[in-house]
Design a protein around this ligand. Structure first.
Ligand code: PLP
Length: 287
């Protein structure tokens, strides 16, 4: 028994469908030994994956970035995601996909002729409720101490784990990380600011994980006539922003209304957030 985990749910491991409670990998798996692997998380609403193409494209980019080759083509990934959703019987759910460099004698260098470990599981998606959407979240700032390949969705998440624990111990919902005085991202989300009606986000680079909601927010901003400026954003600009918000597959798009113990702007969700949020809800409804 693992608290809060449905051990009877069906997972995929290296070609087999198993009960989660029965799925096992070797202690020599490089995902376990080195954190040598990547992952992605595809949200689904009403049994339908949201932006699956973009998630699978990012999965393939992450695999290519660390030179892991899998036998699954794009179509196979799609079928796997759809199949798992169907088997789960869940409506709103998250499909977690992880690929590690496989099982081999412990040695840092890549092993030869070792098949990767491919694992997928499904968890229920408890969508953010009215309180988070209407009252917003609180965050604290902290230095970004992570490595310089944050664009890879790596399972080596120690920096992100420590950042999220920092938020928990500070009694807030998330952190806003800064590298050399400029905004990077949260522990498990992208962070956005708004000033004078303009949406501001850090540029796509190796310093952030480009969330699938990055392009989505660009599209929603264009649809609603909000100017979007992707550029380095200083700590001072974040402190003085009219609005702050965060995005991720699990948090969707939520306003941040308290920053380092002080209200952001009016202390209520602002108009840039409200317009983007309406677009986000429409995109889900139109799935
Ligand atoms: C570090 C980090 N940045 C950004 C994101 C947002 O990515 P997405 O919108 O694809 O969920 C995540 C999501 O898990 C994340 O872990």
């Amino acid at each position: 028994m693992i608290p809060d985990v449905d051990c009877d749910s069906i997972v995929y491991l290296n070609g087999d469908y198993l009960r989660l409670g029965d799925a096992k990998v070797s202690v020599l798996d490089r995902g376990f030994i080195f954190g040598d692997g990547i992952y992605d998380v595809v949200p689904a609403y009403n049994g339908k994956p949201f932006r699956m193409d973009s998630h699978l494209a990012r999965l393939e980019r992450s695999l290519a970035a660390i030179d892991i080759k899998v036998s699954l083509a794009r179509k196979d990934w799609e079928e796997l995601v759809l199949d798992l959703i169907k088997r789960s019987g869940l409506n709103d759910c998250m499909v977690y996909i992880q690929v590690s460099r496989g099982v081999a004698k412990r040695d840092h260098a890549f092993p030869k002729n070792t098949p990767p470990t491919v694992f997928c599981m499904i968890t229920p998606f408890v969508r953010p409720g009215a309180a988070a959407r209407e009252q917003g979240l609180s965050v604290v700032s902290m230095p970004d101490i992570r490595w310089l390949r944050c664009e890879i969705k790596s399972v080596s998440l120690l920096g992100n784990v420590l950042a999220k624990q920092y938020a928990v111990e500070a009694g807030v919902d998330e952190v806003v990380q800064f590298r050399d005085g400029y905004l990077s991202e949260g522990a498990s989300c992208n962070i956005w600011a708004a000033k004078d009606g303009v949406l501001l986000g850090p540029p796509r680079s190796n310093l952030i994980l480009e969330g699938i909601r990055y392009s989505l927010l660009e599209e929603l901003a264009a649809d609603t006539g909000i100017h979007f400026d992707a550029r380095p954003i200083s700590q001072q600009e974040v402190e003085n922003a009219d609005e702050l918000m965060l995005s991720s597959a699990t948090k969707e798009l939520l306003p941040i209304t308290v920053y380092n113990g002080k209200p952001v702007g009016t202390g209520k969700p602002g108009s840039v957030y409200t317009r983007l949020r309406a677009g986000y809800d429409k995109a889900i409804a139109e799935l």
